[in-house]
Design a protein around this ligand. Sequence first.
Ligand code: ZN
Length: 414
Amino acid sequence: MLTWPAPQIPRLPGTGEPVRVLDTSTGQVVVAAPGRDARLYVCGITPYDATHLGHAATYVAFDVLGRAWRDAGQQVTYASNVTDVDDPLLERATAVGVDWRTLAAEQTALFASDMAALGVVPPDVYRGVVESVPEVAAAVELLLARGAAYRIASPDGGDDVYADLSADPAFGSVARLDEAAMLALSAERGGDPDRPGKRSPLDPLLWRAERPGEPAWDTPGLGRGRPGWHIECSVIARDGLGVPFDVQGGGSDLAFPHHECSTSHLRLLDAGESARTHVHTGMVGYEGHKMSKSRGNLVLVSRLLADGVEPMAIRLAVLAHRYRDDWEWTDEGLAAAQQRVVTWRRALSGNGGPDAAPVLAGVRAAVADDLDTPRALALVDAWAATAIAGEVEFHEGAPGVVARTIDALLGVRM
Ligand code: ZN
């Protein structure tokens, strides 16, 4: 799948420190990638509605993680997927009367242009589900052969295939939820706990046999059908990064069941660890509720851009919040970010200013400390205020160093 153009990342003097992040599966802040290589998988979009601020916050957060790793001298490989065939996409296509492929292609293209505008470094490995069907089908067959999956006859012929979670004693170790919470979230987030014939209500779908009017692909061992949601990410991550990789990322609403199940599938496929660390971004609310397609309270990046909002103001409005917190998108927050753009630009426009070395060191330390971008912005604010006041020792070239610092580490290009 095609990505979007990669932004240039300026080189900074010196090297950043090891990057720490909050690991959902332990509740501890840990070094995100201990080795020279840093391998990241972030779940991609289901392309049926354009990028909203919740998506933007997630991809900007993991973009900052990648930038911090690069600054620490690590070799970053980033993989992501596009869920370009799934129930919500098909339902939306039917509802608006367009072909599902057309809807997916349009929305995937819009997502790419939003990401490019926001200065997000594109994935190195970017795979759609449609182009990964043979690999996913082979993985489902392997799970069947290992006794870690089973078939249930579909009402329309053929077999659906489910993972048998009893084959994985470590199931539950990502989100660490009790049974009641898992059952409730499974029903809420795409699972089918009440499906007759399942060995356990939580067992997730691996393969869906063809249904009338739905797309399906021929496979040698499974008949005609299409992949389930979780297994696609397991396979795309494994093939794109190898296992174990360093960080599996996404919004906190993906921790269960999606990351729990995709991690479990990988464990059973490769009999080992999948992601060393699971990192989740908070939910972005609007007008008192979590931003969601079902509620219809979406603030779209493309709409803001069409209204003339500068992409860097959107990025700064996101970076003003800690990635792991839930927060609310507001007009005041956007206005504050727009004012910050004006102030920073003014401070950066001179030939000199206050010493930039403490800003570089401080921003570097802040992003390495569990991506503390609010602290990073405050440091730049303080430098800018002093620069504009003009009552300090003049360091020639300081604005250039600060501009490269915010560009390389925060992805903010003035
Ligand atoms: Zn995923």
